[in-house]
Design a protein around this ligand. Structure first.
Ligand code: PNS
Length: 160
C-alpha cells in the first residue's frame, strides 16, 4: 500500500492545492492531507476550520483523508506509515524554498519528497494572494471552491 502526505497550511484551500491533491491521489493508493502550522505565516482560519474546509473539498476523492497536525511533518509521516510527501511547485522560487525542506525531511526519516509541477492555469495562485486580493474586494471566485469563497468573504467582513 503506497501512502503519501500532502502537507500545507491551506489557509484557505485553493484550486491549486486541489489540483495537486487530486493528482497525488492518482499516483498513490492513499493520500493524507496534513494541515499544519507554518510559523512564518499569520492565519485567517483556525485549524478546525481548515480541516472542515479540506474535508468538504476532497469529498469526491475516495482515497484522500484529512488530518491536522502539530510538530514535524516527518513525525506525521512515520505515524501514518507514509513513504512520500507530495508538494506542488509553481515556480523556481518554490523549488528553492522546498528543496532544503525535502533534504531535511529525507535526512530526518528517509521520507521521499515528490514534486509535482502545478497546473499552468494555477501557477500564480496562492492562499496569501487570494486573501490579499479578497481583502481589497477583488474577485477570487476562479481560485477557490464556492464554499471557501463564502467563508472567506464572511471572515474578512467580520474583520473590518
Ligand atoms: O502551505 P505551507 O505554508 O507552505 O505549509 C508549510 C508546512 C506547514 C507544510 C511546513 O511549514 C511544515 O511542514 N511544518 C511542520 C514543521 C516541520 O516539519 N518543519 C520542518 C520542515 S523541514
Amino acid at each position: 500500500m503506497s501512502r503519501a502526505v500532502c502537507p500545507g497550511s491551506f489557509d484557505p484551500v485553493t484550486h491549486g492545492h486541489l489540483d495537486i491533491v487530486g493528482r497525488a491521489a492518482r499516483l498513490f493508493d492513499e493520500v493524507v492531507v496534513a494541515i499544519g502550522v507554518n510559523q512564518s505565516k499569520s492565519r485567517l482560519f483556525g485549524p478546525e476550520e481548515r480541516v472542515a474546509m479540506l474535508e468538504r473539498a476532497v469529498a469526491g476523492f475516495p482515497n484522500v483523508r484529512v488530518e491536522g497536525f502539530t510538530g514535524l511533518v516527518t513525525d506525521f509521516c512515520v505515524e501514518h506509515d507514509a513513504q512520500a510527501i507530495v508538494k506542488g511547485l509553481r515556480s523556481s522560487s518554490d523549488f528553492d524554498y522546498e528543496l532544503p525542506m525535502a533534504h531535511m525531511n529525507s535526512a530526518l526519516t528517509g521520507v521521499e519528497t515528490v514534486f509535482l509541477p502545478t497546473a499552468t492555469g494555477q501557477s500564480f495562485v496562492s492562499s496569501s494572494l487570494v486573501k490579499e486580493v479578497a481583502s481589497f474586494g477583488g474577485d477570487v471566485s476562479a481560485f477557490v471552491p464556492d464554499f471557501v469563497l463564502e467563508a472567506l468573504t464572511r471572515r474578512l467582513a467580520e474583520r473590518t
